[in-house]
Design a protein around this ligand. Structure first.
Ligand code: ASP
Length: 337
Protein backbone atom coordinates (compact mmCIF):
# COMPACT_ATOMS: atom_id res chain seq x y z
CA UNK A 1 0.00 0.00 0.00
CA UNK A 2 1.25 3.53 -0.76
CA UNK A 3 2.83 5.22 2.22
CA UNK A 4 1.77 8.65 3.37
CA UNK A 5 3.63 11.43 5.13
CA UNK A 6 2.39 14.64 6.72
CA UNK A 7 4.72 17.50 5.88
CA UNK A 8 4.47 20.47 8.23
CA UNK A 9 6.24 23.58 6.95
CA UNK A 10 6.95 25.88 9.89
CA UNK A 11 9.49 28.14 8.17
CA UNK A 12 13.27 28.31 8.12
CA UNK A 13 15.81 28.79 5.37
CA UNK A 14 14.60 25.75 3.42
CA UNK A 15 11.50 27.62 2.15
CA UNK A 16 12.92 31.14 2.12
CA UNK A 17 13.18 33.54 -0.80
CA UNK A 18 16.04 35.89 -1.51
CA UNK A 19 14.89 39.48 -0.88
CA UNK A 20 16.61 42.89 -0.75
CA UNK A 21 16.80 42.45 3.06
CA UNK A 22 18.26 38.94 2.91
CA UNK A 23 16.51 35.56 2.98
CA UNK A 24 12.94 35.73 4.29
CA UNK A 25 10.04 33.28 4.50
CA UNK A 26 7.36 33.69 1.80
CA UNK A 27 3.98 31.94 1.92
CA UNK A 28 3.33 29.52 -0.91
CA UNK A 29 6.93 29.68 -2.12
CA UNK A 30 7.96 26.23 -0.95
CA UNK A 31 4.81 24.62 -2.38
CA UNK A 32 5.63 26.12 -5.80
CA UNK A 33 9.04 24.51 -5.65
CA UNK A 34 7.73 21.18 -4.42
CA UNK A 35 5.30 21.10 -7.36
CA UNK A 36 8.27 21.47 -9.69
CA UNK A 37 10.17 18.49 -8.24
CA UNK A 38 9.55 15.40 -10.41
CA UNK A 39 11.40 13.21 -7.88
CA UNK A 40 8.47 13.58 -5.47
CA UNK A 41 6.39 11.54 -7.93
CA UNK A 42 8.83 8.58 -7.89
CA UNK A 43 7.28 5.21 -6.88
CA UNK A 44 9.18 5.05 -3.55
CA UNK A 45 8.01 8.47 -2.49
CA UNK A 46 5.07 8.71 -0.10
CA UNK A 47 1.81 10.48 -0.79
CA UNK A 48 2.21 13.93 0.76
CA UNK A 49 -0.12 16.12 2.76
CA UNK A 50 1.55 19.53 2.97
CA UNK A 51 0.53 21.99 5.65
CA UNK A 52 2.08 25.43 5.62
CA UNK A 53 1.99 27.31 8.92
CA UNK A 54 0.96 30.94 9.21
CA UNK A 55 3.09 32.88 9.81
CA UNK A 56 6.14 31.08 8.51
CA UNK A 57 8.89 31.68 11.03
CA UNK A 58 12.59 32.08 11.10
CA UNK A 59 13.22 29.60 13.92
CA UNK A 60 14.97 32.34 15.93
CA UNK A 61 11.45 33.70 16.46
CA UNK A 62 10.02 30.45 17.80
CA UNK A 63 8.70 30.10 21.33
CA UNK A 64 7.29 27.22 23.40
CA UNK A 65 3.87 28.12 21.89
CA UNK A 66 5.22 27.07 18.52
CA UNK A 67 6.47 23.74 19.92
CA UNK A 68 3.01 23.15 21.24
CA UNK A 69 1.41 24.03 17.93
CA UNK A 70 3.61 21.53 16.08
CA UNK A 71 2.93 18.91 18.76
CA UNK A 72 -0.84 19.38 18.50
CA UNK A 73 -0.69 19.13 14.74
CA UNK A 74 1.21 15.83 14.94
CA UNK A 75 -1.11 14.32 17.54
CA UNK A 76 -4.17 15.37 15.52
CA UNK A 77 -2.84 13.51 12.45
CA UNK A 78 -0.86 10.77 14.20
CA UNK A 79 -3.05 7.85 13.20
CA UNK A 80 -3.61 8.92 9.58
CA UNK A 81 -0.01 8.97 8.35
CA UNK A 82 3.00 6.67 8.39
CA UNK A 83 5.27 9.46 9.49
CA UNK A 84 5.85 13.19 9.87
CA UNK A 85 8.40 15.58 8.42
CA UNK A 86 8.68 19.01 10.00
CA UNK A 87 10.43 21.66 7.91
CA UNK A 88 12.05 23.97 10.43
CA UNK A 89 14.81 26.53 10.67
CA UNK A 90 18.06 25.07 11.85
CA UNK A 91 18.83 27.76 14.45
CA UNK A 92 16.50 26.44 17.14
CA UNK A 93 15.80 23.03 15.65
CA UNK A 94 17.57 21.24 18.51
CA UNK A 95 15.28 22.98 21.03
CA UNK A 96 12.10 22.14 19.11
CA UNK A 97 13.19 18.54 18.58
CA UNK A 98 14.03 18.13 22.26
CA UNK A 99 10.78 19.74 23.39
CA UNK A 100 8.69 17.60 21.04
CA UNK A 101 10.47 14.44 22.18
CA UNK A 102 9.18 15.10 25.71
CA UNK A 103 5.77 16.58 24.88
CA UNK A 104 4.76 13.81 22.45
CA UNK A 105 4.12 11.07 24.99
CA UNK A 106 3.84 7.53 23.60
CA UNK A 107 4.81 8.68 20.11
CA UNK A 108 4.56 5.67 17.79
CA UNK A 109 5.56 7.19 14.43
CA UNK A 110 8.68 8.86 13.08
CA UNK A 111 8.82 12.64 13.39
CA UNK A 112 11.74 13.97 11.37
CA UNK A 113 12.76 17.60 11.64
CA UNK A 114 14.79 18.87 8.73
CA UNK A 115 15.80 22.11 7.09
CA UNK A 116 18.73 23.42 5.13
CA UNK A 117 21.52 25.94 5.13
CA UNK A 118 20.65 27.18 1.61
CA UNK A 119 17.01 27.58 0.44
CA UNK A 120 15.46 24.90 -1.77
CA UNK A 121 15.03 27.50 -4.50
CA UNK A 122 18.79 28.11 -4.83
CA UNK A 123 20.92 26.16 -7.29
CA UNK A 124 23.50 24.91 -4.78
CA UNK A 125 20.97 24.08 -2.06
CA UNK A 126 21.35 21.25 0.44
CA UNK A 127 17.55 21.22 0.87
CA UNK A 128 16.71 18.73 -1.87
CA UNK A 129 18.60 15.79 -0.36
CA UNK A 130 17.54 16.66 3.20
CA UNK A 131 13.89 16.81 2.18
CA UNK A 132 13.81 13.70 -0.01
CA UNK A 133 15.70 11.55 2.49
CA UNK A 134 13.56 12.78 5.39
CA UNK A 135 10.41 11.87 3.45
CA UNK A 136 11.77 8.39 2.70
CA UNK A 137 12.79 7.90 6.33
CA UNK A 138 9.39 9.01 7.63
CA UNK A 139 7.57 6.82 5.11
CA UNK A 140 9.52 3.58 5.26
CA UNK A 141 11.41 3.44 8.58
CA UNK A 142 9.09 3.04 11.59
CA UNK A 143 11.26 4.83 14.14
CA UNK A 144 8.98 5.98 16.97
CA UNK A 145 11.13 8.97 17.86
CA UNK A 146 11.59 12.67 17.21
CA UNK A 147 14.71 12.91 15.04
CA UNK A 148 16.73 15.46 13.15
CA UNK A 149 17.91 14.57 9.66
CA UNK A 150 20.49 16.67 7.84
CA UNK A 151 23.39 15.90 5.58
CA UNK A 152 23.56 12.12 5.87
CA UNK A 153 22.92 11.78 9.59
CA UNK A 154 19.76 10.79 11.40
CA UNK A 155 20.11 11.99 14.98
CA UNK A 156 17.97 11.53 18.04
CA UNK A 157 16.41 14.99 18.37
CA UNK A 158 17.05 15.45 22.07
CA UNK A 159 20.75 14.56 21.62
CA UNK A 160 21.39 16.94 18.76
CA UNK A 161 23.10 20.33 18.75
CA UNK A 162 23.68 22.82 15.99
CA UNK A 163 27.45 22.82 15.64
CA UNK A 164 28.01 24.69 12.39
CA UNK A 165 26.54 27.97 11.20
CA UNK A 166 27.75 27.41 7.65
CA UNK A 167 28.50 23.75 6.95
CA UNK A 168 25.85 21.47 5.47
CA UNK A 169 26.59 19.07 8.34
CA UNK A 170 25.10 21.59 10.75
CA UNK A 171 24.19 19.09 13.50
CA UNK A 172 25.98 16.58 15.66
CA UNK A 173 24.95 14.49 18.63
CA UNK A 174 28.24 14.40 20.51
CA UNK A 175 27.10 12.11 23.33
CA UNK A 176 25.11 9.60 21.33
CA UNK A 177 25.87 7.82 18.07
CA UNK A 178 23.52 8.59 15.16
CA UNK A 179 20.34 6.55 14.84
CA UNK A 180 21.07 6.24 11.17
CA UNK A 181 23.54 7.11 8.46
CA UNK A 182 22.70 7.83 4.88
CA UNK A 183 25.16 7.25 2.08
CA UNK A 184 24.76 4.85 -0.80
CA UNK A 185 22.62 2.87 1.65
CA UNK A 186 20.27 4.03 4.37
CA UNK A 187 21.47 2.24 7.51
CA UNK A 188 19.45 2.41 10.70
CA UNK A 189 20.99 1.34 14.03
CA UNK A 190 17.79 -0.44 15.07
CA UNK A 191 19.36 -1.59 18.35
CA UNK A 192 19.54 2.09 19.40
CA UNK A 193 15.99 2.96 18.37
CA UNK A 194 13.54 3.20 21.24
CA UNK A 195 10.75 0.61 21.44
CA UNK A 196 7.33 1.46 20.12
CA UNK A 197 5.02 2.39 22.99
CA UNK A 198 1.73 0.55 23.44
CA UNK A 199 -0.44 3.33 24.81
CA UNK A 200 -2.01 6.06 22.73
CA UNK A 201 -0.06 9.13 21.73
CA UNK A 202 -0.82 12.20 23.85
CA UNK A 203 0.49 15.73 24.02
CA UNK A 204 1.65 17.31 27.25
CA UNK A 205 0.74 20.98 26.81
CA UNK A 206 3.14 23.57 28.15
CA UNK A 207 2.16 25.98 30.90
CA UNK A 208 3.52 29.52 31.23
CA UNK A 209 6.48 28.43 33.31
CA UNK A 210 9.54 30.56 33.81
CA UNK A 211 12.72 28.66 33.00
CA UNK A 212 16.19 30.05 32.48
CA UNK A 213 19.68 29.13 31.37
CA UNK A 214 22.96 30.48 32.61
CA UNK A 215 26.43 29.85 31.30
CA UNK A 216 29.07 30.32 33.98
CA UNK A 217 32.09 32.46 33.16
CA UNK A 218 35.13 33.51 35.15
CA UNK A 219 34.16 36.70 36.95
CA UNK A 220 30.45 35.92 37.31
CA UNK A 221 29.05 37.39 40.51
CA UNK A 222 26.52 36.27 43.10
CA UNK A 223 24.48 39.35 42.19
CA UNK A 224 24.12 38.34 38.54
CA UNK A 225 23.06 34.82 39.50
CA UNK A 226 20.67 36.11 42.14
CA UNK A 227 18.97 38.36 39.57
CA UNK A 228 18.55 35.48 37.14
CA UNK A 229 17.07 33.22 39.80
CA UNK A 230 14.43 35.68 41.00
CA UNK A 231 10.75 34.78 41.16
CA UNK A 232 8.96 33.57 39.09
CA UNK A 233 11.86 31.42 37.83
CA UNK A 234 11.16 27.76 38.61
CA UNK A 235 13.93 26.01 36.75
CA UNK A 236 17.42 26.80 35.52
CA UNK A 237 19.99 25.06 33.37
CA UNK A 238 23.39 25.92 34.80
CA UNK A 239 26.12 25.42 32.22
CA UNK A 240 29.21 24.64 34.23
CA UNK A 241 32.87 23.98 33.47
CA UNK A 242 34.21 20.56 32.51
CA UNK A 243 32.76 17.69 34.52
CA UNK A 244 30.28 20.00 36.25
CA UNK A 245 32.38 22.50 38.16
CA UNK A 246 31.63 25.99 39.46
CA UNK A 247 33.60 28.63 41.44
CA UNK A 248 33.02 26.98 44.81
CA UNK A 249 35.30 29.44 46.64
CA UNK A 250 32.71 32.13 45.98
CA UNK A 251 30.57 31.39 49.00
CA UNK A 252 28.13 34.21 48.19
CA UNK A 253 27.44 32.65 44.81
CA UNK A 254 27.06 29.18 46.32
CA UNK A 255 24.72 30.67 48.92
CA UNK A 256 22.50 32.15 46.18
CA UNK A 257 22.27 28.76 44.46
CA UNK A 258 21.53 27.01 47.72
CA UNK A 259 18.80 29.49 48.65
CA UNK A 260 17.16 29.07 45.23
CA UNK A 261 17.22 25.27 45.51
CA UNK A 262 15.75 25.51 49.02
CA UNK A 263 12.91 27.66 47.55
CA UNK A 264 12.16 24.81 45.14
CA UNK A 265 13.89 26.13 41.99
CA UNK A 266 15.17 23.11 40.06
CA UNK A 267 18.75 23.85 38.96
CA UNK A 268 20.26 21.36 36.52
CA UNK A 269 24.00 21.06 36.05
CA UNK A 270 25.05 20.62 32.41
CA UNK A 271 28.57 20.88 31.10
CA UNK A 272 29.70 23.63 28.74
CA UNK A 273 31.78 21.00 26.96
CA UNK A 274 30.39 19.61 23.76
CA UNK A 275 31.20 16.04 24.76
CA UNK A 276 31.16 14.14 28.06
CA UNK A 277 29.11 14.11 31.20
CA UNK A 278 28.70 15.98 34.46
CA UNK A 279 30.26 13.95 37.29
CA UNK A 280 30.50 16.51 40.11
CA UNK A 281 33.54 14.55 41.26
CA UNK A 282 35.79 17.55 41.97
CA UNK A 283 35.33 19.60 45.13
CA UNK A 284 34.14 22.45 42.90
CA UNK A 285 31.43 20.17 41.54
CA UNK A 286 30.48 18.63 44.87
CA UNK A 287 29.82 22.08 46.26
CA UNK A 288 27.06 22.43 43.66
CA UNK A 289 25.57 19.11 44.68
CA UNK A 290 25.62 20.20 48.32
CA UNK A 291 23.83 23.39 47.35
CA UNK A 292 21.05 21.25 45.89
CA UNK A 293 21.92 21.46 42.20
CA UNK A 294 21.01 18.22 40.38
CA UNK A 295 23.06 16.46 37.73
CA UNK A 296 22.16 16.84 34.06
CA UNK A 297 24.47 13.90 33.30
CA UNK A 298 25.32 14.08 29.58
CA UNK A 299 22.20 15.96 28.48
CA UNK A 300 22.55 18.79 26.02
CA UNK A 301 21.55 22.16 27.46
CA UNK A 302 18.71 22.19 24.89
CA UNK A 303 17.38 18.87 26.20
CA UNK A 304 17.74 19.94 29.85
CA UNK A 305 15.93 23.23 29.26
CA UNK A 306 13.00 21.71 27.37
CA UNK A 307 12.80 18.86 29.89
CA UNK A 308 12.35 21.48 32.61
CA UNK A 309 9.55 23.14 30.59
CA UNK A 310 7.94 19.72 30.20
CA UNK A 311 8.24 18.55 33.80
CA UNK A 312 7.21 21.90 35.28
CA UNK A 313 4.17 21.91 32.99
CA UNK A 314 3.08 18.64 34.56
CA UNK A 315 2.62 20.50 37.82
CA UNK A 316 4.67 17.98 39.79
CA UNK A 317 6.20 18.81 43.16
CA UNK A 318 9.71 20.15 42.98
CA UNK A 319 11.17 17.02 44.64
CA UNK A 320 9.70 14.81 41.95
CA UNK A 321 10.94 17.08 39.17
CA UNK A 322 14.42 16.98 40.69
CA UNK A 323 14.24 13.21 40.55
CA UNK A 324 12.75 12.90 37.05
CA UNK A 325 15.08 15.42 35.46
CA UNK A 326 17.95 13.04 36.25
CA UNK A 327 16.16 10.02 34.76
CA UNK A 328 16.28 8.89 31.15
CA UNK A 329 12.79 9.66 29.83
CA UNK A 330 13.29 9.65 26.03
CA UNK A 331 16.87 8.55 25.47
CA UNK A 332 18.12 12.06 26.23
CA UNK A 333 20.70 10.99 28.78
CA UNK A 334 23.00 8.09 29.42
CA UNK A 335 22.17 6.75 32.86
CA UNK A 336 25.15 5.81 34.92
CA UNK A 337 24.28 2.87 37.14
N1 ASP B 1 17.67 31.53 10.61
C1 ASP B 1 17.23 30.31 9.98
C2 ASP B 1 16.22 29.65 10.90
O1 ASP B 1 16.60 29.05 11.86
C3 ASP B 1 18.40 29.43 9.71
C4 ASP B 1 18.06 28.12 9.02
O2 ASP B 1 16.95 27.78 8.77
O3 ASP B 1 19.02 27.39 8.72
O4 ASP B 1 15.04 29.74 10.65
Amino acid sequence: MARSVYLAHTGGTIGMKRTAKGYAPKPGYLAEHLAAMPELQAPDMPRLAVREYTPLLDSADMTPHDWERIGRDIVAHHDQYDGFVVLHGTDTMAYSASALSFMLEQLAKPVILTGSQIPLAEVRSDARENLITSLLLAAHYPIPEVCIYLSGQLLRGNRARKVSASGFDAFASPNAPPLGTVGVEITIAWERVRPKPRAEVALQPLLEVSVGALRLFPGITAGIVENLLREPVRGMVLETYGAGNAPARDTALMGVLEAACARGVVIVNCTQCLRGSVMMSYATGQALQQAGVVSGHDMTPEAALTKLFYLLSKGLPSQEIRHLVQQDLRGELTSIV
